[in-house]
Ligand binder design. Structure first.
Ligand SMILES: Cc1ncc(COP(=O)(O)O)c(C=O)c1O
Length: 383
Protein backbone atom coordinates (compact mmCIF):
# COMPACT_ATOMS: atom_id res chain seq x y z
CA UNK A 1 0.00 0.00 0.00
CA UNK A 2 1.35 3.42 -0.92
CA UNK A 3 2.46 5.34 2.11
CA UNK A 4 3.72 8.52 0.54
CA UNK A 5 1.80 10.19 -2.25
CA UNK A 6 3.97 13.31 -2.29
CA UNK A 7 6.07 12.27 -5.27
CA UNK A 8 3.06 11.28 -7.36
CA UNK A 9 1.98 13.93 -9.87
CA UNK A 10 -1.53 15.30 -9.46
CA UNK A 11 -4.11 14.59 -10.67
CA UNK A 12 -3.39 10.92 -11.27
CA UNK A 13 -5.07 7.55 -11.19
CA UNK A 14 -2.71 5.15 -9.43
CA UNK A 15 -3.13 1.40 -9.59
CA UNK A 16 -1.26 -0.80 -7.12
CA UNK A 17 0.03 -3.83 -9.01
CA UNK A 18 0.05 -5.92 -5.85
CA UNK A 19 -3.61 -5.25 -5.10
CA UNK A 20 -4.57 -6.19 -8.66
CA UNK A 21 -2.65 -9.43 -8.24
CA UNK A 22 -4.56 -10.24 -5.06
CA UNK A 23 -7.85 -9.85 -6.95
CA UNK A 24 -6.59 -11.98 -9.82
CA UNK A 25 -5.56 -14.72 -7.40
CA UNK A 26 -9.04 -14.81 -5.85
CA UNK A 27 -10.65 -14.96 -9.28
CA UNK A 28 -8.26 -17.65 -10.39
CA UNK A 29 -9.13 -19.72 -7.35
CA UNK A 30 -12.80 -19.59 -8.38
CA UNK A 31 -11.89 -20.53 -11.95
CA UNK A 32 -9.91 -23.53 -10.83
CA UNK A 33 -12.14 -24.77 -8.00
CA UNK A 34 -15.42 -24.34 -9.85
CA UNK A 35 -14.12 -25.12 -13.34
CA UNK A 36 -15.49 -21.90 -14.83
CA UNK A 37 -14.07 -19.22 -17.09
CA UNK A 38 -13.82 -15.73 -15.64
CA UNK A 39 -13.34 -13.01 -18.21
CA UNK A 40 -12.70 -9.31 -17.61
CA UNK A 41 -15.51 -6.95 -18.68
CA UNK A 42 -13.78 -3.93 -20.22
CA UNK A 43 -16.69 -1.64 -19.52
CA UNK A 44 -15.66 -1.81 -15.86
CA UNK A 45 -11.90 -2.21 -16.15
CA UNK A 46 -9.88 -1.28 -19.21
CA UNK A 47 -6.44 -0.29 -17.95
CA UNK A 48 -4.83 -2.04 -20.87
CA UNK A 49 -1.24 -1.78 -19.73
CA UNK A 50 -2.18 -4.50 -17.21
CA UNK A 51 -3.90 -6.72 -19.81
CA UNK A 52 -0.91 -9.03 -20.33
CA UNK A 53 -1.03 -9.83 -16.62
CA UNK A 54 -4.80 -10.28 -16.65
CA UNK A 55 -4.63 -12.45 -19.77
CA UNK A 56 -2.17 -14.76 -18.03
CA UNK A 57 -4.64 -15.45 -15.23
CA UNK A 58 -8.18 -14.94 -16.48
CA UNK A 59 -9.80 -16.69 -19.44
CA UNK A 60 -10.09 -13.66 -21.68
CA UNK A 61 -12.25 -10.57 -21.75
CA UNK A 62 -15.72 -9.28 -22.59
CA UNK A 63 -16.35 -6.37 -24.94
CA UNK A 64 -19.40 -4.19 -25.37
CA UNK A 65 -18.33 -2.47 -28.59
CA UNK A 66 -16.02 -2.79 -31.57
CA UNK A 67 -13.36 -0.67 -29.86
CA UNK A 68 -13.36 -2.75 -26.70
CA UNK A 69 -13.14 -5.93 -28.79
CA UNK A 70 -10.17 -4.50 -30.68
CA UNK A 71 -8.43 -3.43 -27.47
CA UNK A 72 -8.78 -6.97 -26.12
CA UNK A 73 -7.41 -8.42 -29.35
CA UNK A 74 -4.48 -6.02 -29.50
CA UNK A 75 -3.50 -5.76 -25.85
CA UNK A 76 -4.61 -9.06 -24.30
CA UNK A 77 -3.79 -11.08 -27.37
CA UNK A 78 -7.04 -13.03 -27.44
CA UNK A 79 -10.46 -12.83 -29.06
CA UNK A 80 -13.29 -11.10 -27.23
CA UNK A 81 -16.67 -12.27 -26.01
CA UNK A 82 -18.65 -9.43 -27.50
CA UNK A 83 -22.13 -8.39 -26.49
CA UNK A 84 -23.65 -5.04 -27.40
CA UNK A 85 -27.18 -3.67 -27.14
CA UNK A 86 -26.95 -3.06 -30.90
CA UNK A 87 -24.43 -4.04 -33.53
CA UNK A 88 -23.94 -2.01 -36.70
CA UNK A 89 -23.94 -3.26 -40.29
CA UNK A 90 -20.77 -1.36 -41.12
CA UNK A 91 -18.86 -2.70 -38.10
CA UNK A 92 -19.95 -6.33 -38.13
CA UNK A 93 -16.99 -7.77 -40.04
CA UNK A 94 -14.51 -6.04 -37.76
CA UNK A 95 -16.41 -7.11 -34.64
CA UNK A 96 -16.33 -10.71 -35.86
CA UNK A 97 -12.64 -10.45 -36.68
CA UNK A 98 -11.83 -9.53 -33.06
CA UNK A 99 -14.35 -11.89 -31.40
CA UNK A 100 -14.64 -15.57 -30.53
CA UNK A 101 -18.22 -15.13 -29.26
CA UNK A 102 -20.94 -12.70 -30.27
CA UNK A 103 -24.12 -12.27 -28.23
CA UNK A 104 -27.20 -10.54 -29.57
CA UNK A 105 -29.49 -8.45 -27.42
CA UNK A 106 -32.66 -9.11 -29.40
CA UNK A 107 -34.10 -11.63 -31.82
CA UNK A 108 -34.26 -8.96 -34.50
CA UNK A 109 -30.51 -8.32 -34.19
CA UNK A 110 -29.94 -12.07 -34.32
CA UNK A 111 -32.04 -12.36 -37.49
CA UNK A 112 -30.33 -9.38 -39.07
CA UNK A 113 -26.80 -10.69 -38.58
CA UNK A 114 -26.88 -14.47 -38.20
CA UNK A 115 -26.20 -15.21 -41.88
CA UNK A 116 -23.22 -12.89 -41.84
CA UNK A 117 -21.82 -14.54 -38.76
CA UNK A 118 -22.23 -17.98 -40.28
CA UNK A 119 -20.71 -16.91 -43.60
CA UNK A 120 -17.72 -15.25 -41.90
CA UNK A 121 -14.27 -16.58 -42.73
CA UNK A 122 -13.74 -18.04 -39.24
CA UNK A 123 -16.16 -19.55 -36.72
CA UNK A 124 -17.64 -17.19 -34.13
CA UNK A 125 -19.92 -18.71 -31.51
CA UNK A 126 -23.37 -17.12 -31.29
CA UNK A 127 -25.30 -16.32 -28.13
CA UNK A 128 -28.46 -14.52 -27.09
CA UNK A 129 -28.88 -12.30 -24.07
CA UNK A 130 -31.91 -13.31 -22.04
CA UNK A 131 -33.85 -11.11 -19.66
CA UNK A 132 -34.97 -13.17 -16.66
CA UNK A 133 -37.23 -10.31 -15.49
CA UNK A 134 -35.74 -10.73 -12.02
CA UNK A 135 -33.08 -8.64 -10.37
CA UNK A 136 -32.34 -7.59 -6.83
CA UNK A 137 -30.60 -4.41 -7.97
CA UNK A 138 -32.44 -1.55 -6.29
CA UNK A 139 -31.29 1.34 -8.48
CA UNK A 140 -33.02 1.50 -11.86
CA UNK A 141 -29.89 2.97 -13.45
CA UNK A 142 -28.20 -0.38 -12.87
CA UNK A 143 -31.15 -2.74 -13.17
CA UNK A 144 -31.29 -4.47 -16.56
CA UNK A 145 -34.46 -6.35 -15.55
CA UNK A 146 -36.58 -3.32 -14.69
CA UNK A 147 -40.04 -3.25 -16.31
CA UNK A 148 -39.73 -2.13 -19.91
CA UNK A 149 -35.99 -2.82 -20.00
CA UNK A 150 -34.39 -2.75 -23.45
CA UNK A 151 -31.78 -5.34 -22.46
CA UNK A 152 -32.24 -9.00 -23.30
CA UNK A 153 -34.94 -11.30 -24.62
CA UNK A 154 -37.81 -12.22 -22.32
CA UNK A 155 -38.94 -15.85 -22.12
CA UNK A 156 -42.22 -15.25 -23.95
CA UNK A 157 -40.31 -14.32 -27.11
CA UNK A 158 -38.50 -17.65 -27.32
CA UNK A 159 -39.87 -21.05 -28.38
CA UNK A 160 -38.94 -24.31 -26.66
CA UNK A 161 -35.92 -24.83 -28.84
CA UNK A 162 -33.11 -22.37 -29.35
CA UNK A 163 -33.08 -20.50 -32.66
CA UNK A 164 -30.82 -22.04 -35.30
CA UNK A 165 -27.08 -21.68 -34.80
CA UNK A 166 -27.36 -20.34 -31.26
CA UNK A 167 -24.71 -21.95 -29.03
CA UNK A 168 -25.12 -20.05 -25.79
CA UNK A 169 -27.22 -17.86 -23.52
CA UNK A 170 -26.15 -14.89 -21.46
CA UNK A 171 -27.80 -12.99 -18.65
CA UNK A 172 -26.65 -9.94 -16.73
CA UNK A 173 -28.86 -8.75 -13.88
CA UNK A 174 -26.44 -8.39 -10.96
CA UNK A 175 -24.61 -5.32 -9.70
CA UNK A 176 -22.26 -5.44 -6.72
CA UNK A 177 -24.11 -8.58 -5.57
CA UNK A 178 -23.03 -11.54 -3.48
CA UNK A 179 -23.35 -15.25 -4.25
CA UNK A 180 -26.63 -15.56 -2.35
CA UNK A 181 -28.25 -13.07 -4.71
CA UNK A 182 -26.80 -15.09 -7.57
CA UNK A 183 -28.34 -18.23 -6.05
CA UNK A 184 -31.82 -16.68 -5.93
CA UNK A 185 -31.36 -15.25 -9.42
CA UNK A 186 -30.36 -18.63 -10.82
CA UNK A 187 -33.51 -20.19 -9.37
CA UNK A 188 -35.57 -17.73 -11.39
CA UNK A 189 -33.42 -18.01 -14.51
CA UNK A 190 -33.59 -21.79 -14.47
CA UNK A 191 -37.32 -21.87 -13.77
CA UNK A 192 -37.91 -19.97 -17.02
CA UNK A 193 -34.96 -20.84 -19.21
CA UNK A 194 -33.76 -24.23 -17.84
CA UNK A 195 -34.84 -26.31 -20.86
CA UNK A 196 -33.12 -23.84 -23.16
CA UNK A 197 -29.92 -23.87 -21.08
CA UNK A 198 -29.91 -27.65 -21.62
CA UNK A 199 -29.53 -27.00 -25.35
CA UNK A 200 -26.51 -24.69 -24.93
CA UNK A 201 -22.81 -25.31 -25.30
CA UNK A 202 -22.02 -22.35 -23.07
CA UNK A 203 -23.75 -20.18 -20.54
CA UNK A 204 -22.63 -16.73 -19.43
CA UNK A 205 -23.74 -15.37 -16.04
CA UNK A 206 -22.73 -11.79 -16.84
CA UNK A 207 -21.11 -9.43 -14.35
CA UNK A 208 -22.01 -7.87 -11.03
CA UNK A 209 -20.35 -10.65 -9.00
CA UNK A 210 -18.50 -8.82 -6.24
CA UNK A 211 -16.14 -11.75 -5.78
CA UNK A 212 -13.09 -9.80 -4.61
CA UNK A 213 -14.93 -7.87 -1.90
CA UNK A 214 -13.66 -8.80 1.57
CA UNK A 215 -16.91 -10.32 2.83
CA UNK A 216 -17.75 -12.24 -0.36
CA UNK A 217 -18.38 -15.93 0.33
CA UNK A 218 -16.13 -17.47 -2.33
CA UNK A 219 -16.76 -20.99 -1.04
CA UNK A 220 -20.48 -20.59 -1.44
CA UNK A 221 -20.00 -19.30 -5.00
CA UNK A 222 -17.79 -22.26 -5.90
CA UNK A 223 -20.39 -24.71 -4.55
CA UNK A 224 -23.15 -22.94 -6.44
CA UNK A 225 -21.26 -23.04 -9.73
CA UNK A 226 -20.26 -26.67 -9.29
CA UNK A 227 -23.88 -27.62 -8.63
CA UNK A 228 -25.02 -25.62 -11.66
CA UNK A 229 -22.55 -27.43 -13.86
CA UNK A 230 -23.81 -30.77 -12.56
CA UNK A 231 -27.37 -29.82 -13.46
CA UNK A 232 -26.30 -28.90 -16.99
CA UNK A 233 -23.67 -31.46 -18.06
CA UNK A 234 -24.24 -30.32 -21.64
CA UNK A 235 -22.35 -27.08 -20.94
CA UNK A 236 -18.80 -27.03 -22.26
CA UNK A 237 -18.13 -23.61 -20.76
CA UNK A 238 -19.62 -21.69 -17.88
CA UNK A 239 -18.57 -18.05 -18.01
CA UNK A 240 -18.66 -15.13 -15.58
CA UNK A 241 -17.72 -11.66 -16.81
CA UNK A 242 -17.18 -9.29 -13.90
CA UNK A 243 -15.59 -5.89 -14.47
CA UNK A 244 -15.74 -4.22 -11.08
CA UNK A 245 -14.33 -7.26 -9.26
CA UNK A 246 -11.12 -7.02 -11.28
CA UNK A 247 -10.27 -3.47 -10.26
CA UNK A 248 -12.05 -3.47 -6.91
CA UNK A 249 -9.97 -1.66 -4.26
CA UNK A 250 -6.86 -1.60 -6.41
CA UNK A 251 -6.02 2.08 -6.40
CA UNK A 252 -6.66 5.76 -6.04
CA UNK A 253 -7.33 9.07 -7.66
CA UNK A 254 -4.71 11.47 -6.35
CA UNK A 255 -5.79 15.11 -6.24
CA UNK A 256 -4.48 18.34 -4.76
CA UNK A 257 -6.19 21.22 -2.98
CA UNK A 258 -5.99 24.35 -5.16
CA UNK A 259 -8.08 26.74 -3.07
CA UNK A 260 -10.26 26.85 0.02
CA UNK A 261 -13.45 28.83 -0.43
CA UNK A 262 -15.98 29.79 2.23
CA UNK A 263 -19.71 30.18 1.98
CA UNK A 264 -21.19 31.07 5.38
CA UNK A 265 -20.43 28.00 7.51
CA UNK A 266 -19.37 25.81 4.59
CA UNK A 267 -15.69 25.40 3.80
CA UNK A 268 -14.95 23.95 0.40
CA UNK A 269 -11.68 22.43 -0.74
CA UNK A 270 -11.37 23.18 -4.45
CA UNK A 271 -9.54 20.28 -6.07
CA UNK A 272 -7.76 19.68 -9.36
CA UNK A 273 -10.21 16.86 -10.16
CA UNK A 274 -13.88 16.93 -11.06
CA UNK A 275 -16.72 14.75 -9.84
CA UNK A 276 -18.51 15.43 -13.09
CA UNK A 277 -15.60 14.78 -15.46
CA UNK A 278 -13.47 12.28 -13.54
CA UNK A 279 -15.72 10.54 -10.99
CA UNK A 280 -19.17 10.67 -12.61
CA UNK A 281 -20.54 7.74 -10.62
CA UNK A 282 -20.27 9.89 -7.50
CA UNK A 283 -22.98 12.07 -9.02
CA UNK A 284 -24.92 9.46 -11.00
CA UNK A 285 -25.22 6.63 -8.54
CA UNK A 286 -24.68 8.63 -6.30
CA UNK A 287 -22.07 7.45 -3.83
CA UNK A 288 -19.50 8.89 -1.49
CA UNK A 289 -15.95 7.62 -1.93
CA UNK A 290 -13.59 7.18 0.98
CA UNK A 291 -10.79 9.70 1.27
CA UNK A 292 -7.57 8.47 2.87
CA UNK A 293 -6.96 10.00 6.31
CA UNK A 294 -10.44 11.53 6.42
CA UNK A 295 -13.77 10.40 7.86
CA UNK A 296 -17.38 11.30 7.25
CA UNK A 297 -17.92 14.72 8.73
CA UNK A 298 -19.07 14.90 12.31
CA UNK A 299 -19.32 18.03 14.35
CA UNK A 300 -15.98 19.61 14.95
CA UNK A 301 -12.88 20.94 13.34
CA UNK A 302 -11.41 20.48 9.88
CA UNK A 303 -14.64 19.70 8.09
CA UNK A 304 -14.59 20.36 4.34
CA UNK A 305 -16.79 19.87 1.34
CA UNK A 306 -14.92 18.51 -1.68
CA UNK A 307 -15.34 20.78 -4.70
CA UNK A 308 -14.63 19.80 -8.31
CA UNK A 309 -12.74 21.88 -10.82
CA UNK A 310 -15.41 22.37 -13.50
CA UNK A 311 -17.93 25.20 -13.34
CA UNK A 312 -20.94 22.87 -13.13
CA UNK A 313 -22.84 23.99 -10.01
CA UNK A 314 -23.28 20.38 -8.95
CA UNK A 315 -19.63 19.45 -9.32
CA UNK A 316 -19.01 18.72 -5.65
CA UNK A 317 -19.40 15.74 -3.36
CA UNK A 318 -23.05 16.18 -2.49
CA UNK A 319 -23.34 13.04 -0.37
CA UNK A 320 -21.69 14.70 2.60
CA UNK A 321 -18.61 16.52 3.79
CA UNK A 322 -15.36 15.06 5.14
CA UNK A 323 -13.46 15.59 8.32
CA UNK A 324 -9.67 15.68 8.12
CA UNK A 325 -7.09 15.16 10.83
CA UNK A 326 -5.75 18.65 10.38
CA UNK A 327 -6.55 21.84 8.60
CA UNK A 328 -6.38 21.55 4.81
CA UNK A 329 -4.00 23.87 3.02
CA UNK A 330 -3.43 24.70 -0.62
CA UNK A 331 -1.08 22.06 -2.01
CA UNK A 332 -2.30 19.25 0.28
CA UNK A 333 -3.00 15.95 -1.42
CA UNK A 334 -6.53 14.52 -1.19
CA UNK A 335 -6.57 10.83 -2.09
CA UNK A 336 -9.82 9.24 -3.20
CA UNK A 337 -9.84 5.50 -2.58
CA UNK A 338 -11.05 2.73 -4.90
CA UNK A 339 -11.06 4.81 -8.06
CA UNK A 340 -9.85 2.30 -10.64
CA UNK A 341 -12.89 0.28 -11.78
CA UNK A 342 -15.46 2.22 -13.82
CA UNK A 343 -14.09 5.61 -12.75
CA UNK A 344 -11.15 5.47 -15.14
CA UNK A 345 -13.23 4.34 -18.12
CA UNK A 346 -15.95 6.94 -17.60
CA UNK A 347 -13.91 10.14 -17.54
CA UNK A 348 -14.55 13.00 -19.99
CA UNK A 349 -12.83 16.21 -21.07
CA UNK A 350 -15.75 18.35 -19.90
CA UNK A 351 -14.76 22.01 -19.44
CA UNK A 352 -11.40 21.15 -20.97
CA UNK A 353 -10.08 20.53 -17.48
CA UNK A 354 -6.85 18.66 -17.05
CA UNK A 355 -7.41 14.93 -17.31
CA UNK A 356 -5.82 12.81 -14.57
CA UNK A 357 -2.67 10.96 -15.63
CA UNK A 358 -2.46 7.19 -15.20
CA UNK A 359 0.29 5.54 -13.19
CA UNK A 360 1.12 2.26 -11.56
CA UNK A 361 2.83 1.38 -8.33
CA UNK A 362 5.02 -1.62 -9.11
CA UNK A 363 5.49 -4.46 -6.68
CA UNK A 364 9.04 -3.31 -5.94
CA UNK A 365 7.65 0.00 -4.68
CA UNK A 366 8.60 2.08 -7.71
CA UNK A 367 6.05 4.38 -9.30
CA UNK A 368 5.72 4.46 -13.08
CA UNK A 369 3.83 7.22 -14.85
CA UNK A 370 2.18 5.49 -17.82
CA UNK A 371 0.16 8.21 -19.50
CA UNK A 372 -0.35 11.95 -19.31
CA UNK A 373 -3.02 13.91 -21.14
CA UNK A 374 -2.80 17.33 -22.68
CA UNK A 375 -4.41 19.86 -24.94
CA UNK A 376 -4.20 17.62 -28.01
CA UNK A 377 -6.30 14.94 -26.28
CA UNK A 378 -8.99 17.48 -25.48
CA UNK A 379 -8.89 19.00 -28.94
CA UNK A 380 -8.72 15.60 -30.62
CA UNK A 381 -12.18 14.53 -29.50
CA UNK A 382 -13.75 17.69 -30.92
CA UNK A 383 -13.59 19.35 -34.27
C1 LIG B 1 -23.43 -7.32 -20.04
C2 LIG B 1 -22.54 -6.93 -18.92
N1 LIG B 1 -21.56 -7.78 -18.55
C3 LIG B 1 -20.70 -7.49 -17.54
C4 LIG B 1 -20.81 -6.30 -16.85
C5 LIG B 1 -19.83 -6.01 -15.74
O1 LIG B 1 -20.47 -5.84 -14.53
P1 LIG B 1 -19.63 -5.53 -13.21
O2 LIG B 1 -18.60 -4.54 -13.57
O3 LIG B 1 -20.64 -4.98 -12.27
O4 LIG B 1 -19.06 -6.82 -12.74
C6 LIG B 1 -21.82 -5.39 -17.19
C7 LIG B 1 -21.97 -4.12 -16.49
O5 LIG B 1 -22.78 -3.29 -16.75
C8 LIG B 1 -22.70 -5.71 -18.27
O6 LIG B 1 -23.66 -4.86 -18.65
Amino acid sequence: MIENFESIPSPCFVLEEELLDINLQILDLVQKEAGVDIICALKGYAMWSTFPRIGQTLSGAAASSLHEARLIYEEMGCEAHTYAPVFYENEMDEVLHYSSHITFNSLSQYRRFIDRVKAFKKPVSVGLRINPEYSEVGTDLYNPAMPGSRLGITRDQLADTLPANVDGLHFHVLCENDSFVLERTLERVEASFGPLIRQCQWFNMGGGHHITRKDYDVKHLVGLLQAFKKRYPNLKRLILEPGEAIGWQTGYLVSTVQDIVHNKTTRIAMLDVSFSAHMPDCLEMPYKPRILNATDAREGKHVYRMGGTTCLAGDYMGMGDYRFEKELKIGDKVIFDDMIHYTMVKTTFFNGVRHPSIGILRKDGSFELLRTFGYEDYKGKLS
